[in-house]
Design a protein around this ligand. Structure first.
Ligand SMILES: [Ca+2]
Length: 407
């Protein structure tokens, strides 16, 4: 029997309430035994599925797909990147870069970064991995991570040369991005123009998102060596867009090459909850945070394409660029950690700049879903994030899974 988290939580709550009521009536041995029996009967040991590849899931329109397990027992996998040779690199937020080769997760990490700051209950640590568009020849691999510098929490983008499963020639590409325990970014992705894009959080200082001289709350555009491109929208500045609270997903439509991003909305202390965003990204535009959020508008500031209240916490973003999952071709996907699902966005032809429909897939089935990428095999790969301190992990968490067609 598959037990869904919401149901399991309800059953657990009811059982514990009943036990509490029994105990409140005066504890006798018999009542305690009854309470323990109830707990064993009704409290499921594990709340999340572990990838039963026979189960067929369906979209709202009836398209069937299955989910297969690729790797298990990872610790907070944050990003995935396929190498041209088929290897799959996986970052684990505490600081390890792992690799899956020929379907097997190698037991030894490719690297363990010694200076990664991974705070309990925080959102930083080792985050993105991105491969150079010329990786097959130059073997450059980029990572973003949180660390301390002169006592302050910062984020850093570094480049290594990868060879035979080991890293060398460490080079700092971008340093001293404001960081914090939360709202910490930090997606790194190559655009179709060959430039290196970095999303940064506001590091809990809202006003920084509107300041052009701060790297916080931005999408940045760099040459792959870290220098500033001459054709950036703000001359001499790495800022590509501003007014972001904490964007963690960035991807380009496979045919139009237009960029889209996901962003976490406020969480109570810095604004009303919810207001997570899906945005169309254009060079030089201001996406509003913290001046506008949720459905607010303001002259000179961009409105979102989608907003989610209550929060679902979009943690990634990719276009499915394959054809094997025929219904998904050129759809945008992101993992919703708090929403515990994979979100699918269908853009409307012929321009693909407006949303035609969107839906939540795998709701509650695998717990918190974070990263999602297209695999070279035409499957859609995604990761769970149940060990990040904000969920009850199962014994096989965290997982790397893939969506394949029903048949
Ligand atoms: Ca916005």
């Amino acid at each position: 029997m598959r037990v869904f988290p919401a149901q399991a939580a309800t059953v657990r709550l009811l059982t514990l309430s009943l036990c509490g009521a029994l105990i409140n009536q005066g504890s006798t041995g018999r009542r305690n035994l009854l309470c323990i029996a109830l707990l064993f009967l009704f409290v499921p040991p594990c709340t999340y599925a572990e990838g039963d590849s026979a189960t067929v899931y369906r979209t709202a329109s009836g398209f069937g797909f299955r989910v297969e397990v690729i790797a298990q027992k990872l610790e907070i996998p944050w990003a995935l990147a396929f190498a041209p040779d088929g290897r799959l690199f996986v970052t684990e937020r505490p600081g390890r870069l792992r690799v899956i080769e020929n379907g097997q997760l190698k037991s030894e990490p490719v690297a363990t970064l010694p200076d990664v700051l991974h705070l309990d209950g925080g959102e930083g640590g080792l985050m993105a991995v991105a491969l150079d568009p010329q990786f097959a020849t130059n073997h450059f691999l980029y990572l973003s991570y949180t660390t301390r510098s002169d006592g302050a929490i910062i984020n850093r983008v570094v480049r290594y040369r990868e060879a035979k499963g080991a890293l060398s020639e460490r080079t700092i590409i971008l340093d001293n991005i404001p960081g914090a325990q939360v709202h910490d970014g930090c997606r790194v992705a190559f655009g179709p123009d060959g430039k290196l894009y970095v999303t940064t959080g506001d590091a809990t200082e809202r006003q920084l998102a509107q300041q052009l001289d701060s790297l916080a709350g931005k999408i940045l555009r760099l040459n792959s060596d870290g220098t500033t491109p001459a054709d950036n929208p703000f001359p001499g500045s790495p800022v590509y867009t501003l007014g972001h609270r904490n964007a963690q997903g960035l991807a380009w439509h496979p045919t139009t090459k237009i960029a889209f991003s996901t962003e976490h909305g406020p969480s109570g202390f810095d604004g009303p909850g919810g207001g997570d965003e899906f945005n169309l990204i254009r060079a030089g535009e201001n996406y509003g945070w913290p001046v506008i959020h949720h459905g607010q508008t303001h002259a000179g500031m961009e409105a979102h394409l989608l907003s989610f209240t209550p929060a679902i916490a979009p943690a990634s973003g990719t276009f499915y660029s394959g054809t094997r999952l025929s219904e998904f071709t050129n759809n945008f996907f992101f993992g919703a950690v708090r929403g515990q699902h994979l979100h699918r966005v269908v853009l409307a032809p012929p321009d693909f700049t407006a949303v035609q429909s969107h839906e939540a897939l795998l709701q509650g089935t695998f717990g918190r879903i974070r990263e999602v990428v297209t695999g070279p095999d035409g499957a859609l790969y995604f990761t769970t994030s149940n060990r990040d301190g904000r969920a009850q992990p199962g014994p096989k968490d965290d997982q790397v899974l893939r969506i394949v067609p029903e048949k």
